[in-house]
Design a protein around this ligand. Structure first.
Ligand SMILES: [Zn+2]
Length: 70
C-alpha cells in the first residue's frame, strides 16, 4: 500500500503507472471513465470495437422491426 504522503510526493508519471490505462484487445487505450466503458461479454473494449462488435451481433440477430403493409 502507498500512504497518502507518498502519493502526494509522486510525479504524475509514477501515479499513472499505478493506474495503468486499460487497453482493448486491438491495443487501443480505453480512456473513458470505468463507469462508462463499453463492454462486450464483460470485457472492456474501445468504442470502435464495441460498435463493430455490435454491428456483428445485430447482423446475426436482426432486431425485428414490425412493418405495416400498406
Ligand atoms: Zn478496440
Amino acid at each position: 500500500m502507498i500512504s497518502g504522503k507518498e502519493f502526494m510526493n509522486m510525479t504524475p508519471e509514477q501515479i499513472a503507472k499505478l493506474f495503468p490505462v486499460p487497453r482493448c484487445d486491438c491495443g487501443e487505450e480505453i480512456t473513458e471513465h470505468p463507469d462508462e466503458w463499453y463492454r462486450i461479454s464483460g470485457r472492456a473494449v474501445c468504442s470502435d470495437c464495441y460498435f463493430n462488435g455490435l454491428g456483428e451481433i445485430i447482423e446475426e440477430h436482426p432486431i425485428y422491426v414490425p412493418r405495416r403493409r400498406m
